[in-house]
Design a protein around this ligand. Structure first.
Ligand code: GLN
Length: 207
């Protein structure tokens, strides 16, 4: 991957799952992606994507690499975007079964919650994003069963949120990186750019 300093540098946790598709989507959406495999690679990143995959497997590797706490610290002060397993990792509480999570998104998530026949499916529906209906690819998706009052719901399926935002934390229970539409990644790049200007402004005010 070539370095491009004029674009925001956004990491994609590349331990397990479909991180390569996210890196490609980020490049399309106007960011400079970096696949992150070690804790020290978080240094200097403007944001991070936690991809879909298998959250239990990702957790095991995070523990093995002594990465969990460092990742939690990064996610509590920087923009993060979790898709599917990544959304499970971000949640405050995980059910079915209960498992450890980073706790940076005020939401309760139930794993593999959509039943067998709709285990994996593609839905096209209106969302809060401008530009018309959005294709949403669900693969053994979790269900967001509860959200805190500061969580904005940007899309729903069967009455449950599937795309949510809480400040600079974005989460989708589907896989926007697997559709050609780049609006969700563009939204995340906007969140990252806004957080970056905000930080620069705070520094200006302080000094
Ligand atoms: N079922 C997976 C989990 O519980 C998530 C599936 C996905 O990321 N596509 O971690």
């Amino acid at each position: 991957m070539t370095e491009n300093r004029s674009l925001p540098r956004i990491g994609v946790l590349a331990i397990q799952g479909d991180y390569a598709a996210h890196a490609a989507a980020l490049a399309d959406a106007g960011a400079d992606p970096l696949e992150v495999r070690q804790p020290d690679q978080l240094k200097g990143l403007a944001g991070l994507i936690l991809p879909g995959g298998e959250s239990t497997t990702i957790l095991k590797f995070l523990d093995k690499l002594n990465f969990f706490e460092i990742l939690q610290e990064f996610c509590s002060v920087n923009p993060v975007f979790g898709t599917c397993a990544g959304a499970i990792l971000l949640a405050r509480e995980v059910r079915n079964p209960a498992q450890r999570s980073l706790g940076v998104l005020d939401a309760v998530v139930e794993r593999n919650a959509y039943g067998r026949q709709v285990d994996s499916s593609i839905l096209t529906a209106e969302t809060a994003l401008p530009g018309g209906p959005l294709e949403m690819v669900f693969i053994r998706a979790p269900r967001i069963v509860n959200t805190g009052s500061t969580v904005k719901v940007l899309a729903v399926r069967d009455g449950s949120p599937v795309l949510v935002r809480q400040g600079s934390v974005l989460a989708a229970t589907f896989h926007p990186e697997l559709s050609p539409d780049r609006r969700v990644h563009q939204l995340f790049v906007q969140i990252v750019n806004a957080a970056h200007s905000q930080k620069a402004h705070e520094l200006e005010v302080r000094f």
